[in-house]
Ligand binder design. Sequence first.
Ligand code: NAD
Length: 502
Amino acid sequence: MQPDRRKIALGAIAPFTGQPLGHFVDGVAVAGEGVSFAVTDPSTGARLGEACDASEAELDAAVAAAKRAFPAWAATPGDKRKQILHRVADLIEARAEEIAAVECLDAGQAWRFMSKAALRGAENFRFFADRAPAAADGQSLPTAEHLNVTSRAPIGPVAVITPWNTPFMLSTWKIAPALAAGCTVVHKPAEWSPYSARLLVEIAHEAGLPAGVFNSINGLGETTGRRLTEHRDIKAIAFVGESKTGSAIMRQGADTLKRVHFELGGKNPVIVFDDADLDRALDAVVFMIYSLNGQRCTSSSRLLVQRSIHDQFVAKLAERVRQLKVGDPFDSATEVGPLIHPRHLSKVCSYAEIATADGATIAVGGERIAGDGYFYSPTLYTNADVSMRIAQEEIFGPVLTVIPFDDEADAIAKANAVDYGLAGYLWTNDLGRSLRVSNALEAGMIWVNSENVRHLPTPFGGVKASGIGRDGGDWSFDFYMETKNVALATGAHKIQRLGVAA
Ligand code: NAD
């Protein structure tokens, strides 16, 4: 029998639901004094609790704590940081089932994916923990006249702002490298799914992270998020969310010249050529848009399929989409859970009308599933072309738009005909073609004959409206650290002498 995971989740958030969820600042939980907003269970619509929108004073206190804690944490030897961050990973692993259950409850994500995502959170901490001792390492760049020596130092207190899709895993991906680098952090999780972030900050302190090194404040984007990004003592902003929010944050951080790293939206193509292994391609196409309820930045939300195999491939695809199991996220058999929030549900719903008005066909789904939860039927739009809104806009739900193409040049042109450029997926058994198309695609990450499999040392990020900068591996440290060059003279060079009589 399956354990009662809903009960586990409700037990885990019980300490935070009796009163509005406040903040965690300077090593202690603080009750919020600001106004609060509701947090709901997406699968039932029931109110789980409330969370506070931080007041200006609370936000200032969180940033002040991060600023105070910074010198000591930056000076903590990398080996010691490594030890503490491994302990964070140990505790995440020990509580992985509870964390995964909270993600199912709070974010509506299916258990089959969340059980792995919680463990990935631990892996993220381990990966960056191991690199903490060498984070400051630089290069020596000698000339005859100088020995140039570079080194890196943590930039200072940083803001980490995360979205509601897979909130725990994404938070660890940003926060672990910041802490490993020696930065202190003020984290603002998304307002629609705040509970797992609270578990994370408590775990981090239980693991021995000093007070003030990692602070977590709740709040809305337009108030708390804005103030955090405008704060003069925050040196850099790691942001994951929508492209238009990225633009707002860039404006908000302009006066204080913030360094930004943006992981933004996507409208990622999966391109299937007629020479591909079509069975494997079909599995990957279905997985990459319908897993995680389609609420995934790297989802392949546009299928570009070669005209010669279009009808046959789409018929099989439609059959698979009809068979997807939509249901309670806690059920191990569920493949698609609810969308996060009624507002997001109505956005996703609106595209059925848009698709039809633009001339596309709703081959499967296209409607809300009746009930109190925010369920939307897995949807397949066919007969689409690149000019349609369903082919251009990030819908961020279990919705796939199919567009036929004729040849390689047509596939590339259609794949690139969007504002976004996060990821691309390519299915072909022609090696030369895979290289040509990969080179031509405007995207930060390409997978050939594979679904999205993340290798932690590799760079992650997008081009065009999908982001600025890369993280993963050493790229994360480059963002969270300042590089300094020290030039030591060998004495071999001659200094120009001014003010000396000829
Ligand atoms: P969002 O941009 O609405 O919100 C993200 C976070 O930003 C939230 O914490 C929110 O409170 C905060 N925020 C909103 N307005 C703000 C402001 N003016 N100043 C500061 N903070 C503000 O995004 P969302 O709807 O929560 O998440 C979905 C989006 O995230 C999608 O576009 C998705 O593609 C993107 N995403 C991208 C990646 C990636 O790696 N590229 C990963 C996950 C999600």
